[in-house]
Structures are given as structure tokens and as C-alpha cells.
Design a binder for this molecule. Sequence first.
Ligand SMILES: [Ca+2]
Ligand SMILES: [Ca+2]
Length: 84
Amino acid sequence: MTTNKKSQPAAAADADSSDEFNELFEQADVDGDGWIRFIEFKAMMADLDANMKEASLRIGFQEIDLDHDGEINLDELRAWWRSN
Ligand SMILES: [Ca+2]
Ligand SMILES: [Ca+2]
């Protein structure tokens, strides 16, 4: 184990949530191309019972899509996931 970076007590929980996170991403990325398009994002939110309107979904998608290329990658989703 490498513990000489920073001593963060949340390290174990972090590993757990990232596992869970990878599962979420794989589930959301229906066609498995490594990107989440808006249509996949929409299905993911429905899956999470977010019950959001199309307009709110678009705003949410744009918030997660940090570089505004129209698709969400793993890093962008992870940043969003951690902030929630
Ligand atoms: Ca995809
Ligand atoms: Ca993006």
C-alpha cells in the first residue's frame, strides 16, 4: 500500500465510492463508448428517480459537461458526483 502521499482518513471510503461510481458510469454509458450523451444522461437520471423536466436535465447536463463538448466523460461525471 502507498500511504505516503497525504494522510487522508477518508481514503477507504473514497475507494468504495469510486467503485460504485464506475458502476454508475458503465450503466449510464449504454453504448459503451466511454462517453455519456444527453440521451444516456436522461436515462441515467430516470434510473436514479431524479424525476427532472427536460429543461432541468439540459441545465444539469451542461453543468456536468465542463468542457462543453456535448458529452460527459468519466472525469466530468466524477467531479459532479463528488460535489453532490
Ligand atoms: Ca455512450
Ligand atoms: Ca465534456
